[in-house]
Design a binder for this molecule. Sequence first.
Ligand code: GDP
Length: 425
Amino acid sequence: MVKAVVGANWGDEGKGKITDMLAREADIIVRFQGGANAGHTIVNDYGKFALHTLPSGVFYDHTTSVIGNGVALDIPKLVAEINSIVEGGVPKPKIKVSDRAQIVMSYHKLFDEYEEARLAGKSFGSTKSGIAPFYSDKFAKIGFQVNELFDEALLKEKVKRVVELKNVMLKNLYHKPEIKEADLLAELLEYRDIIEPYVDDVSAFLYDAIQNGKNILLEGQLGSLKDPDHGIYPMVTSSSTLAGYGAVGAGIPPYEIKEIVTVCKAYSSAVGAGAFVSEIFGDEADELRNRGGDGGEYGATTGRPRRMGWFDCVASKYGCRIQGTTAVAFTVLDVLGYLDEIPVCVGYEIDGKVYTDFPTTSLLEKAKPVLEVLPGWKSDITGIRNYDDLPGNCRNYIEFIEEKIGFPIKMVSNGPSRDDIIYRD
Ligand code: GDP
């Protein structure tokens, strides 16, 4: 059975924790998109880890971790991550990397950095991990697939083509040092030697696993609103963040994805630029940011402070719908226990009219939040395991949001660790 764990919002919803928790019952966990640009923070018996490329199930010794063809594979970062978790006392994980995954090259990171600098005040707020240049090259058909590392003649020919193209940009647009064929080839051969032990025909492996009734989790990065098609384009990421893409990015039949767990945070946070209708500022934002997540809402990859906002029913309803949600996991609810009253964004006012359907980006820029204020519960709910034991105002908050978004909240996360979870029937 294949289950996807994906985000409803702008990312950082707590997918890592939910995946890590669900991985207890899983045999295989697959990353199917994105790269080392975002991160998950996982707290478990071994300690606290920031993962960027490895799937969150990597901490169990019964699971196999898979990097699917849809991922932007940063080989040095992957290996550094494997080493760091092994050094942290975690048993050496079983890892398979798709022979069709493409490789993030050093020049992708340079181009990312140069382009952000060129755009200056109009930049996208990239993490400079090379993701946008990487996916551009993939679709321009000048990327390197893992299997190509093992064909030196092909590499030499392709390196020549790539260098020719890249140097035009480096020289004329960015006025930066050009790249040399020999250096690029050496980089690729180094990657070949590092990645070789992990390379496999992942879609064939997953096909067999499905035939044999294994439990497979697809782990998404970021959330619906960062999807290049359905998100807040152009302030989006460069690969699809949707469960539907899980089929493509892992190489499995779409109809095998039976459950879609969409992770939705009990308040909003976002990184990078772009419209963020329910955003809050000043002391109100600082307090939520510092209390948020586990140790504050700061990027797992960059350490950047996240933008903060109240829960957005309009964005979350859309975010859940576009994922094809079968169950919502509602996370980080414990953090709101300090508030007397909790504003919730229930509509967008655009040119004097109120909308509850998420608009396209050009309209979104004009939207003002319509807020409804709910009473807080003023207590610490961590440690509670039964839904009925939650304070009335807390249940009221959950049920109010469930009704507004129109998808069932089946799990409530009330703390960062694996056991901080309340199931609802
Ligand atoms: P992801 O990218 O969607 O996996 O999200 P992140 O890992 O970036 O952000 C989630 C943060 O919230 C992490 O620091 C988690 O440890 C933490 N977290 C997840 N669920 C909960 C929760 O229910 N309560 C609290 N307090 N923290 C949580």
